[in-house]
Every structure is written in C-alpha cells, then in structure tokens.
Design a protein around this ligand. Structure first.
Ligand code: GUN
Ligand code: ZN
Length: 443
C-alpha cells in the first residue's frame, strides 16, 4: 500500500524502477527480510522517503506536479554504508609488498604526515567523497589523521554534499613518528573541540578515534572513555586483532590483558556506537563481550586479503549475535566499491566453508551496516520518513554482466552477479536526500 502524501505543496519527486530494500537480517528472517518491487516507485519529499510501492499502486496517488525520474531497467537500492575507511590513505591504495606493521611504517605514516597541510587535506577530502558517491556509498565512517584540520576537511567535503558521515581525529601518542604523534592531553583537547564543532551538525557525527592499542598510552585510552562519557551519542572507531604480529605486540605492551580486545574493554571502549575494524584473531570470550556491549565489527575483506592479515569469521560473529558491517578500509583495502568488497567477502567466507548469500551481502552493505552504526532509524532502507539516500545500479553495466544477467532467472542470481562482477561501472547514479549527487556520464 502506498502511504498517503500529506503536504501536496512540498516538492515531490518520484523514482521509478526495480526497487529492493531490507527490513531485517535475511540470516534470521529469510525471504521476509526483503521488499522487492519489480516495477516500483520511491516517492521522496523534502529529502525523505514519503512512500514506496508498486507503480500500479503509487502512480494514482502521485500529485500531478510530482517530478518523475525513470530508472526502469535499473535496480534502486538504499545507499551503501562503508563502516570503515581512511580518507587520508587514498593516495597509498595499492602499495606493494608489506603486511600491517611494515605497511604502516613504509606507506601510511608518511602519507598521513602530509595532512598537516590543510590544503592537501582539502584536496584529498574532496576527491575521496566524490569517489564514495561514484561508488554508490552515501554513508561512511572515516578515519582522518592526527591533525585536527584533516577532520575539518573531511566534514566540510561531506557537508557540501549533504552526506551522512562519521569521522574523527586519529589519536596516537606513542610508537609513531613525531609528525603524526599527539599527546594524551592535546589529543583529548583537540577531540573535545572537534566534537563541539562537528558532532550532530547536519548529517555529521564525531568518532573518538584511537588508531589501535599499540599507538596509544593507557592514559590516552582512559581519556577516550572520558570523551565518550561526556559526549553521549559520539562514536568510537579503532582497529583490533587484525594481524598476528600486531596481536603479539599488544600482548607485550599490555601484559595484564587477557586478550587484545580486553585492552579496549578495560578502558570501557566496548559500547554501543563503537566500531572495531577487522576482528580476525578473536576468541569466544571476545565475541561474547562485543555482543554484550553492543559494539560492532567492521568486516574488511579486501584489506584482510591484501595485507595478508587473515580471514574474518562471519559465521562466528553471527552465532554470537555481534553487529557486523562491511568496510572497504582503503588504503589497506583495495577498492572503494562496496560491490568489489562484497565479492571479496563472499570469497573469504568460501575459504572458511561458509556461504555469504547475496541477500545477506546486500543487507550488510545497507541496513545491516546502518544497524551496526545505530543509524538504522534514519537510513538503510526505504521506510517512510527515512533519509532518501539511494544508489541506482545497472545490472548490465558491462558486456559480460549483461550477458550473465540475461541468463539469470531469479533476483538472487541477478544480485549475486552484481556483487561478483560489479564495480563502479555498475553505479548508474547516486542520490543523497533525493538529490542526484552522482550520475554516470555516457561512455
Ligand atoms: N591498524 C592500525 N592502523 C591501521 C590502518 O591504517 N589500516 C589498517 N588496515 N589497520 C590498521
Ligand atoms: Zn583501517
């Protein structure tokens, strides 16, 4: 049933095409988790979803002056949610021959040092958010660098495009070069100022961002907990248990800890709105703690393969009831495309003997990612009232995709072909609050 449209004077836009979204997790709800309209209409008013339904039901209730965009032949999905990515690593994507700790020293810290220059930060931030949109990503949780101005740059770029974005200043007060090092006190003060400036401004939110346990003193971790206590609703983002040398280093630096995750637990950083990237080398107790505290995991398959870190256990996360989203983790990750990332996620699950269904994959990239960030009341699907962020996918974007998709019989097969073969070429358009912020130009 199409919802009624209360204010006929407001600008109404309607988007017609094949429409798919999720109302829950297909792993638990099965076929009841998704809504599919082969010929559907999404109605948007003031940037929010006003109605969703089959064209035959929605068309008669549309006001005569509604502006219709015809996306028939394309697939409209909620915008992708990238739960872990580093904008300052855009220029070091595809850097050769190192695993995590070497990679940080050789490529990452030198690249991040350049963000002391606000002009450099601004240029990279603009490029990065445009790349997100070109890939159909409308919400991202982003690491900036140690430099407070790098946070201003990414928020300004997102705000200029009305995007929903979470970001924070990286906190690192030990074991890194001076150019990217702060102190426990300066990191705290910078973070507090940035929270006051950016948190909950338009669609932006702040994340307290200790890079990972080895680069923060215990005092800095303690102050992270204080920032979170003083600022309810602020997020936390960090890395955990990605690489075995890293895990051993944490055990040496924090000899009292039961596990790597336990370090964050000790400083009360496991909580709702806390997102930990990787979560590969965890045990049963760690996963129980994540589930019990409401913290989320960001599964970053392209990064985990590229840096040779290991295989994320999606089944164990599910069995423990932990919130999970998908992260591209560029520049350890090798693509900003969530489609490429779902492809690699499928393969990582294959190596563990698990199957990532296309339903669950697209759920994780949309509503599941939103839920992992506690944003599923605002984004992630097309419930009336939600923010109208969506991606328009072309399942026949390349000759090979067209050929393969022509031979599919079910929506599941088509989705699977999209996630295995698709990339930025399959993104026909990206809309933020109903506005087209990216349109593919004809080749
Ligand atoms: N662990 C600490 N910092 C990083 C980073 O920048 N990327 C990845 N993949 N892991 C990290
Ligand atoms: Zn990362």
């Amino acid at each position: 049933m199409a919802a009624s449209i209360p204010d006929p004077t407001a600008a109404i836009r309607a988007f017609r095409g094949e429409i798919l979204d999720f109302t829950g997790d297909p792993a638990t709800l099965g076929d009841r988790a998704h809504r599919h309209h082969p010929d559907g209409i999404l109605v948007v008013r003031d940037g929010r979803v006003a109605a969703l339904g089959p064209a035959s039901e929605v068309l008669p209730s549309l006001p005569a002056d509604a502006v219709m965009t015809d996306y028939r032949g394309k697939l409209i999905l909620p915008g992708f949610v990238d739960t872990h990515v580093h904008y300052a690593q855009t220029d070091i994507i595809a850097s050769y021959g190192a695993q995590l700790l070497d990679w940080l020293d050789r490529y990452t810290f030198p690249a991040e040092s350049r963000f002391a220059d606000p002009e450099h930060a601004r240029e990279v931030a603009e490029f990065f958010v445009d790349e997100l949109l070109r890939n159909g990503t409308t919400t991202a949780m982003v690491f900036a660098t140690t430099h407070a101005t790098s946070v201003d740059a990414i928020f300004e770029a997102a705000e200029a495009r009305s995007m929903r974005l979470i970001a924070g200043k990286v906190l690192m007060d030990r074991n890194v070069p001076e150019q990217v090092r702060d102190t426990a006190d300066s990191g705290y003060e910078d973070s507090a100022r940035l929270i006051a400036r950016w948190h909950n401004r338009h669609r932006l939110a702040y994340a307290v961002t200790p890079r990972f346990a080895p680069t923060s003193t215990e005092r800095q971790l303690e102050l992270c907990g204080r920032l979170l206590d003083l600022n309810p609703g602020v997020f936390l983002q960090s890395h955990v248990a990605e690489n075995l040398s890293e895990v051993a280093w944490v055990a040496a630096l924090f000899p009292w800890s039961r596990s790597y995750l336990d370090v964050y637990d000790r400083y009360r950083l496991l909580r709702e709105r806390a997102v930990f990237a990787h979560c590969i080398h965890l045990d049963h107790e760690d996963r129980q703690r994540m589930a019990a505290t409401g913290a989320a995991m960001s599964f970053c398959p392209t990064s985990n393969l590229f840096l040779g870190s290991g295989l994320f256990d999606a089944q164990a996360a599910r069995d423990h009831g932990v919130r999970v989203g998908i992260g591209t983790d560029v520049g350890g990750g090798t693509s900003l495309s969530m489609l490429r990332t779902l492809d690699e996620a499928y393969k990582v699950c294959q190596l563990a003997g698990n199957r990532l269904s296309p339903w669950r994959a697209f759920y994780l990239a949309t509503l599941g990612g939103a839920a992992s960030l506690y944003l599923d009341d605002r984004i992630g699907n097309f419930d009336p009232g939600k923010e109208a962020d969506f991606v328009v996918l072309d399942p026949a974007a390349t000759p090979l995709m067209a050929r393969r998709v022509a031979r599919t019989e079910t929506l599941a097969e088509k989705l699977f072909a999209l996630m295995i073969l698709g990339d930025d070429r399959a993104v026909h358009a990206t809309h933020v609050l109903g506005e087209a912020r990216y349109r593919q130009t004809a080749a």
